[in-house]
Design a protein. Structure first.
Length: 364
């Protein structure tokens, strides 16, 4: 919105000057260029950046803790009761609420500490730049002097850039060559401006009034800064009080709910224990009956097996006796055959002997 307003003003002034056939004198200041060349601002910015990094690290730490708690709950959810799961979820919700409150406290777009501290960091330098620009504008009779970041500049001539002379004016106390030079000398050295004595006299006459206005402006700025600080502290205390009350109320409700759930849990556990004991007794009775029945069946089976085994042994004994009888008969038969063979062999030997006895007699 500021850029559009500035552009509108530029176009309006250009139209007015074109209509009046009067040349306009316009300058601009690059605030980013000035801040980037001030060592005090660089150091303060680095310290502020470290503070912001600490805030971001705290936010990241809390986010990691919330993530770890969620993963732990997800891993243990199967082992927890619905009441314990709800308690864990409420604890995670409280951690997320505190994280969002911390983010809002540090990085809120309107009242966060990041915005207010960044504003306070550049405010003193901006005030000094404002005073110097006022002096330059009156001395050189500028019609308009813009801040570059607040105006949409599609093109700008470097001769209208007042940033360097403003930076020299800001750093006069640190520069021995510029320490005793007034604004007219700085402008002349920076832009080769030519001033007449009348303007210098008017500047000296207006210096006292400008100093008075500067003192008044500084006092007003300090007053507004103090009021803003008090308002921020009051708002911070109010928020902390409200947050403490909400947390206390939430803690009380959670404690009451936890007590109610513990009572219900104890009743359920007692009922479950009674049912489990009754079920255990029923199961023990059924198991005893099954064991008794099984023992009877096992005894019956054992008796049947003993009977069958005795019958098998008797049958085996009879088979054994039959085999022994058969073996004895076979042995007897073999013995008879052996005696018969011996008898036949003896007869053959006898015949052979007789034959041998008769053979020599025939030869003679």
């Amino acid at each position: 919105m500021n850029k559009l307003q500035a552009l509108f003003i530029v176009l309006l002034c250009s139209a007015c000057f074109t209509y009046a056939q009067k040349p306009s004198r316009i300058g601009y200041v690059d605030m980013d260029y000035i801040l980037s060349h001030l060592e005090d601002y660089k150091v303060a910015s680095q310290q502020f950046a470290l503070q912001v990094e600490q805030w971001e690290a705290e936010i990241a730490k809390r986010q990691e803790k919330i993530k770890a708690e969620k993963e732990k709950l997800e891993a243990e959810k199967a082992l927890l009761t619905p009441e314990l799961i709800k308690d864990k979820e409420e604890e995670i919700a409280l951690l997320e609420y505190n994280l969002n409150a911390y983010k809002q406290q540090k990085f809120d777009a309107k009242e966060g500490e990041y915005i207010t501290q960044k504003f306070m960091l550049a405010k003193p330098i901006q005030d000094q730049v404002f005073n110097i620009v006022q002096e330059i504008g009156k001395m050189r009779k500028y019609d308009f002097i813009f801040e570059k970041s607040d105006a949409t500049m599609l093109f700008s001539n470097e001769q209208h850039n007042l940033s360097k002379v403003v930076l020299r004016a800001l750093k006069k106390k640190d520069n021995a060559e510029d320490r005793n030079k007034d604004m007219a000398q700085l402008l002349k050295e920076s832009y080769d401006f030519e001033f007449v004595e009348e303007r210098v006299k008017k500047r000296k006459e207006a210096e006292k009034a400008r100093e008075q206005r500067r003192v008044q402006y500084e006092q007003e700025r300090l007053r507004k800064t103090e009021e803003m600080k008090q308002q921020r502290e009051q708002l911070k205390a109010k928020r902390e009080k409200e947050q403490a009350e909400r947390q206390q109320k939430f803690q009380q409700e959670r404690d009451a709910l936890k007590a109610q759930r513990e009572k219900e849990q104890a009743e359920r556990v007692q009922k479950f224990q009674q049912e489990r004991d009754a079920l255990k007794a029923q199961r023990e009775k059924e198991q005893a009956e099954r064991q008794q029945k099984f023992q009877q069946q096992r005894d019956s089976i054992k008796a049947q097996r003993d009977k069958e085994q005795a019958e098998r042994q008797q049958k085996l004994q009879e088979q054994k006796e039959q085999r022994e009888k058969e073996i004895a008969e076979r042995q007897k038969k073999l013995e008879e055959q052996r005696v018969q063979r011996e008898k036949e062999q003896a007869e053959r030997l006898k015949k052979q002997q007789e034959a041998r006895t008769q053979t020599p007699t025939t030869d003679q």
